[in-house]
Design a protein around this ligand. Structure first.
Ligand code: FES
Length: 75
């Protein structure tokens, strides 16, 4: 399994942890400092620093807190 973890924040960004590249639609790579342990990606659409989160989700009424479905035990 990859060493990348993507964690959903309730009513906020996706937090990506681990070594990864973020590439735009033309194949250009965003500059992410190698020593940064995690990067928050905007999913509310209101950040002025997209694709990165700038905290704007806190004031725009963005609500999203999807949960992964836990498989049930076979009976
Ligand atoms: S999720 Fe934080 S600004 Fe959009």
């Amino acid at each position: 399994m990859a060493d990348v973890r993507i964690r959903m924040r309730a009513n906020g960004p996706l937090v990506v942890e681990g070594p990864f590249q973020l590439v735009d639609s033309e194949g250009n790579t965003f500059d992410i400092p190698a020593d940064k342990p995690a990067v928050a990606l905007c999913r509310c659409g209101e950040s002025s620093r997209r694709p990165f989160c700038d905290g704007a989700h806190k004031g725009c009424g963005f609500i999203s807190d999807e949960r992964a479905i836990t498989p049930t035990e076979p009976q």
